[in-house]
Design a protein around this ligand. Structure first.
Ligand SMILES: Nc1ncnc2c1ncn2[C@@H]1O[C@H](COP(=O)(O)OP(=O)(O)OP(=O)(O)O)[C@@H](O)[C@H]1O
Ligand SMILES: O=P(O)(O)O[C@H]1[C@H](O)[C@@H](O)[C@H](OP(=O)(O)O)[C@@H](OP(=O)(O)O)[C@H]1O
Length: 396
């Protein structure tokens, strides 16, 4: 029998993200599938705008976290994608890549790791060469915090120690790895995985370094997405992208699944580069929550299928809960209301826990990083596979 119920999916996004993500094509395809996409009015309390079957969100700050907490308490049956605790792990470039220790990739054709990196919290530590002398120049200086602000995307390629002078801690210093000027962006939407190529920073050729000690840059892969036109530079970019071999699909999928389970996130992308000096060696350099999905070919279908799975799974779970609750009621011989129907705990598991898509309320570990910390590996990267045997890059 056709499902005639309509589902409400609320979305709370910043205006720029809303504009790129909520396209007419997405809205109308959702509508045809029985899903109404409802914008959250950020001037009104979230709790007043429910109920929703599902809530999508990408907002920052304590006020939003509090509103979400209230919402989750008030509407325990709503599926919140994703849990704020899991998302916040990506707001710090150290905890972001720390998840690699939980990722096991079984594909043998390729290996993965992260670049060697340290975190520096203050100017004093920055001026002490012992803090960074385990790193090889060039390095990339990245703001520690990745909170979506323009500031958090401002980076510098640092060619020598003079280039460190201008930096403002807290920062992450990460070894620059030559990778042929092409980055792989892997978009994940639940179980769906799609890898695309984008232009990246060009290789640094030893000996050809300019007289400058540093070079600032910001959002390289966003501003240089090449379009096919008559411009020579764009044609060169396009040829370079076309000529770059993709990583093995099974490896990408394995890595995506591993990261998905380690981060407990459903909507994210991650950036991977292929180390030019080491065969089949890939390095994860960045993980972004709720990325620019509209740049992913055919994103509407992918998102609709995902949302449908979420709302219909939610319906199934609720039905299952009612069945369990009914059995419990009968077995006890009493007339307690069905747990799922009222959203209270049954057998120690609340309906919300069952519908949070595996996003347990795990607190993000507090990062107690020493002023700087660094791996003792002689390589320019830390492996994901055998990381447990090696000394941790940072003490978290
Ligand atoms: N370790 C590295 N080695 C070589 N190139 C790197 C490295 N880290 C970053 N890059 C280059 O710098 C760019 C920006 O880095 P990163 O992805 O960490 O920044 P971001 O501001 O978080 O980016 P995004 O816009 O994808 O969120 C990458 O796309 C890549 O071109
Ligand atoms: O808004 P913040 O938190 O800064 O996150 C950005 C990510 O860092 C970028 O990776 C996204 O672009 P890509 O989808 O091209 O990776 C980018 O997507 P956008 O083009 O929709 O802004 C953002 O999601």
């Amino acid at each position: 029998m056709a499902d005639s119920r309509r589902y409400r999916v609320g979305y709370a996004l910043l205006p720029k993200k809303q504009q790129s993500f909520i396209q007419d094509s997405l809205v109308s395809l959702c509508r045809d599938r029985g899903i109404d996409l409802v914008p959250i009015d950020l001037r009104r309390p979230l709790i007043d705008q429910g109920p929703f079957d599902c809530l999508l969100h990408k907002l920052y700050g304590d006020d939003w976290s509090r509103q979400l907490d209230d919402f989750r308490r008030y509407y325990p049956d709503a599926t919140v994608i994703d849990s704020p605790e899991s998302i916040s792990r990506l707001h710090n470039r150290i905890s972001m890549l720390q998840v690699r220790i939980h990722v096991v990739v079984s594909v043998v054709a390729a290996r993965f790791g992260i670049p060697k990196q340290i975190v520096i919290y203050d100017k004093e530590t920055l001026s002490d060469s012992r803090s960074w002398d385990l790193l090889k120049f060039p390095v990339i200086a990245k703001p520690l915090i990745a909170d979506g602000s323009a500031k958090s995307h401002k980076m510098s390629l640092i060619f020598n120690h003079d280039g460190l002078d201008k930096l403002k801690p807290p920062i992450v210093l990460q070894e620059f790895v030559n990778h042929g000027g092409v980055i792989f962006k892997v978009y994940v939407v639940g179980d769906y995985v799609q890898c695309v190529k984008r232009k990246s920073l060009p290789d640094v050729i030893p000996g050809s370094i300019s007289s400058e000690s540093s070079m600032p840059f910001s959002q390289v892969s966003n501003i240089t997405t090449p379009q096919r036109n008559n411009d020579d530079d764009d044609d060169d970019d396009m040829m370079q992208l076309d000529g770059t071999e993709m990583p093995p699909q099974s490896f990408v999928v394995d890595l995506a699944r591993g990261l998905r389970s380690a981060t407990k996130l459903h909507l994210f992308n991650f950036d991977v580069i292929r180390d030019s000096t080491r065969e089949n060696k890939y390095l994860v350099i960045d993980i972004n929550y709720f990325p620019g999905y509209a740049k992913m070919p055919g994103y509407e279908r992918v998102l609709i299928d995902f949302l449908w799975d979420v709302v219909s799974e939610r319906k199934r779970t609720t039905v299952d809960q009612m069945a369990v609750a009914a059995v419990t009621t009968t077995a006890a011989g009493g007339n307690r209301p069905a747990a799922a129907a009222v959203g209270v705990e049954e057998n120690g598991v609340s309906p919300r826990q069952q519908v949070m898509l595996g996003c347990e309320d795990e607190a993000v570990r507090n990062i107690a990083v020493t002023n700087s910390g660094c791996s003792t590996s002689t390589d320019n990267c830390i492996d994901g596979e055998d990381q447990k045997e090696k000394s941790p890059i940072l003490q978290v």
